[in-house]
Write a protein that binds this ligand. Structure first.
Ligand SMILES: O=C(O)C1=C[C@@H](OP(=O)(O)O)[C@@H](O)[C@H](O)C1
Ligand SMILES: C=C(OP(=O)(O)O)C(=O)O
Length: 438
């Protein structure tokens, strides 16, 4: 086996010599970009995505849709104001081969799309993609009339034998391991003959704001969606069959990827302005305003964006992160530098993310001298004086940015494979250096 040198390379995480004071333009949201691509591909007319995120996960999504025949032209928008992608929907075709990488959104959102193609669509990806849960999508699609060949584990690799259309209708799914099972079925629902009615049967449901994001974006595309919040039954979502509009959509900055920069203000007692922070959003990263305020910062949302200011003090926190699990690595990094212990709860499903994030965070922070223990559904973090060392990242973009946050306060932290941040945040080292004035 050849080892990619980028995976073993060490990046000396910059140590902050003082309080940061920077404006950081955070690239577009992964979750919004990949939903927008899927909805635009399923629409009945062309659409625009402005300021899309161009990262590994979104380029994989674009390539996969192109492989099924969708036209995606990358360029500058009609008014000349920055990058914009034109999406030209067509009939969806197989045979096609799709590389999902390690993108949850690609591996979960596209099998229902592939069921609408007129031939076989083969799905494969990184080794970790074979371990990430997909059974909810596979079982539900089979129940809705799709033919899928997998190796019996309910995981990748697999082939969806698209039949040109799917019956759809009511289906049960246990989405306790990933909200993306529900989002996946809803996104393609308008194109199923009978639409879809998804009933979540599990005892817990993570990342509910991401399901709201799916519903909001479907509605903005003209779909009729009934939800628990709109007076429907708990844990049931219903999408009526119908055409989707081609939209002209500007993608919001990725608020979860704003996290390391806000954390830098908190850790150094400095300030960071993130322009274009949306006043209303379903992105889970918006919860950072409340969480990082409780941990010692303060923030103000103005026309210029979100101004976040650290006080020089960092407090521990006891918080349920079940709705906003993807924020856990960054919160754990800050908590390891706090003046009191923290308990992070409600995130058992993180063991099945890019890596087992609970194990990885405990191990890597402890190897720098920390005192972190895993619980059944989270982490206990008792701050200790940390020292330098190698922070391993396990091909997980959020481990890399979490390590960079610790490196601001601790001399001699080296991040293994910082290039893994390209999954959702291209040019992270450059953005980080620029924030620090380097
Ligand atoms: O739908 C989405 O865009 C996402 C949903 C969440 O997945 P899980 O529900 O699997 O945690 C989140 O962690 C992931 O980063 C993005
Ligand atoms: C869990 C994440 O990604 P994915 O979309 O691959 O599930 C994440 O970005 O934190």
């Amino acid at each position: 086996m050849t080892v990619n040198p980028a995976h073993t390379a060490l990046w000396p995480a910059p140590h902050a010599s003082g309080a940061v004071d920077a404006t950081v333009h955070v690239p577009g949201s992964k979750s919004v970009t990949n939903r927008a691509l899927v909805l635009a591909a399923l629409a009945s007319e062309p659409g625009w995505l402005r300021r899309p995120l161009r990262s590994r996960d979104t380029l994989l999504m674009a390539s996969a849709l192109r492989a099924m025949g969708v036209g995606i032209e990358e360029g500058i928008g009609p008014d000349g104001t920055g990058e914009a992608w034109r999406v030209l929907p067509t009939g969806l075709h197989g045979p096609a081969t799709i590389d999902v990488g390690n993108a949850g959104t690609v591996m979960r959102f596209l099998p229902p799309v592939a069921a609408l193609a007129d031939g076989p669509v083969r799905f494969d990806g990184d080794p970790r993609s074979y371990e990430r849960p997909l059974h909810g999508v596979i079982d539900a699609l089979r129940a809705l009339g799709a033919r899928i060949d997998d190796d019996g584990r309910g995981a990748l690799p697999m082939t969806v034998h698209g039949g040109g259309a799917l019956d759809g209708g009511p289906v049960e799914v246990d989405a306790s391991s990933s909200s993306q099972f529900v989002s996946a079925l809803l996104l393609s629902g308008p194109r199923f003959n009978q639409g879809v009615e998804v009933r979540h049967t599990g005892s817990t449901l993570p990342s509910v704001p991401h399901i709201r994001m799916t519903v909001d974006m479907l509605r903005a595309g003209g779909a009729q969606v009934d939800t628990p919040e709109s007076g429907g039954e708990p844990n049931v979502w219903r999408v009526t069959p119908g055409a989707l509009l081609g939209r002209d959509l500007t993608i919001e900055p990725d608020l979860s990827n704003a996290q390391p920069f806000l954390a830098a203000a908190l850790v150094t007692g400095g300030k960071v302005l993130v322009p274009d922070w949306p006043a209303h959003t379903t992105q889970p990263g918006d919860r950072l305003r409340e969480i990082f305020t409780a941990m010692g910062g303060s923030c103000e949302l103005t026309d210029a964006g979100l101004q976040f200011t650290g006080s020089g003090e960092i407090h521990g926190i006891d918080v349920d992160l079940g709705e906003v699990g993807e924020l856990t690595p960054g919160i754990a990094a800050v908590a390891a530098l706090a003046d009191s212990p923290s308990t992070l709860r409600g995130v058992a499903h993180l063991r099945l993310h890019e890596t087992d994030r609970l194990a990885a965070l405990a191990k890597e922070i402890n190897e720098l001298g920390g005192d972190v223990t895993e619980t059944a559904d989270g982490l206990h973090i008792r701050p200790r004086r940390l020292h330098g060392g190698v922070f391993h990242t396990y091909d997980d973009h959020r481990m890399a940015t979490a390590g960079a946050v610790i490196g601001l306060a601790v001399q001699g932290v080296e991040i293994e494979n910082v290039a893994t941040t390209a999954k959702t945040l291209p040019d992270f080292p450059e953005l980080w250096d620029r924030m620090l004035g380097n």
